[in-house]
Design a protein around this ligand. Structure first.
Ligand SMILES: O=C[C@H](O)COP(=O)(O)O
Length: 330
């Protein structure tokens, strides 16, 4: 891969802010005819990790790019204000200052911080003035099985508390029963409840049974106005995978081709290695192009990925810092 476009200001300087996805009427014919050729997708997914290597002199730049795209997450039952404050400090300065200086990356931040509703106020206070948005998981995360009116009310409460992005969970049952109208109506109401906040639809793909269901659920959520589609809560037994990602990314491409609206993608759950992050970035570049490598259209949902990236950058700066890097960033 060549050098990514990234500024010293991380996510804050770049570029376009994608308009909200207005959605469209539910097109049942399109949904019902959506396909996912499982064996072809699995074959292609297997080749991805080995297919594209990032040249050594560009690796640090790509890893910094990955940092700027992380929704730095804590979603634990024992979350506390103190833990969230530490997480936010990490989001504001994701890597040791001397490493950022050596890489000319002072000012780099993560894309967002992602927390439970109860932790929004702490996160908003800790991030004040940083420009880093708070994303909240709402709607009875992770199962999404609390009373419907409470799930809708939770979105309103999260927005009121200061969340600029809301990660909702869909009702898996609607997908498993092929009740696309119910899924569409739910997604649309949740999107409306978000007001100006951007909405990410968590499909919980590990619980949807088939890749075809993943393709169909992706389309329905986009038709109902999801600004992002996200793989997983991180709590399913299978979370983000490359086959699922291929299906969702291609659904995003189809939706863009048909409507002209760009929807973002967020793989989440179990992405903890820097080299895996690079595979996801090259997949996005291959399938959707550079525009989808900006924080308004791509995020990693991850709690521990940053630790591994930081380790790789330390290694890079201490032993493998290459003049080619500065050249690449010029
Ligand atoms: O949305 C984010 C996920 O819950 C994070 O999952 P992880 O802890 O496996 O990185």
């Amino acid at each position: 891969m060549q050098t990514p476009t990234i500024s010293a200001e991380g996510h804050q300087l770049p570029t376009a802010i994608e308009p909200r996805n207005p959605g469209m009427e539910l097109d049942l014919d399109w949904v019902r005819t959506a396909q996912a050729n499982t064996s072809a997708i699995e074959r292609r997914a297997k080749t991805l990790p080995g297919r594209r290597s990032v040249k050594k002199e560009y690796q640090a730049a790509w890893l910094c790019k990955a940092i700027s795209l992380i929704d730095l997450t804590t979603l634990s039952g024992d979350d506390s204000e103190g833990r969230v404050e530490r997480l936010c400090a990490k989001a504001k300065q994701p890597v040791r200052a001397d490493i950022l200086e050596a890489l000319d990356m002072t000012g780099l931040t993560t894309g967002a911080v992602c927390v439970y509703h109860d932790m929004i106020e702490s996160a908003v206070a800790s991030l004040k003035g940083s420009g880093i948005p708070v994303a909240a998981v709402s709607t009875g995360f992770p199962a999404g099985l609390s009373p419907y009116h409470l799930r809708i009310a939770e979105i309103g409460e999260s927005v009121k508390a200061g969340a600029e992005e809301i990660d909702i969970v869909i009702t898996r049952r609607h997908v498993l029963q092929g009740n696309w109208q119910a899924l569409y109506d739910e997604m649309k109401e949740m999107r409306d409840a978000c007001g100006d906040a951007h909405v990410k639809a968590i499909l919980a793909t590990g619980e949807l049974g088939t890749l075809r269901n993943v393709a169909r659920a992706s389309l329905v959520c986009m038709m109902a106005g999801a600004d992002f589609i996200k793989t997983s809560t991180g709590k399913e037994s299978v979370n983000a995978t490359l086959p699922v990602s291929l299906v969702m990314i291609r659904a995003i491409r189809d939706y863009y081709d048909r409507t002209g609206h760009r929807v973002g993608y967020k793989p989440a759950g179990g992405i903890s290695k820097a080299k895996d992050a690079l595979v996801y970035l090259s997949l996005m570049k291959d399938e959707l192009g550079d525009r989808w490598l900006q924080p308004d259209l791509f995020r990693f949902g991850a709690s521990s990925l940053l630790n591994d990236i930081e380790r790789q950058l330390e290694h890079h700066v201490s032993g493998h810092y290459s003049a080619g890097y500065r050249h690449a960033m010029a």
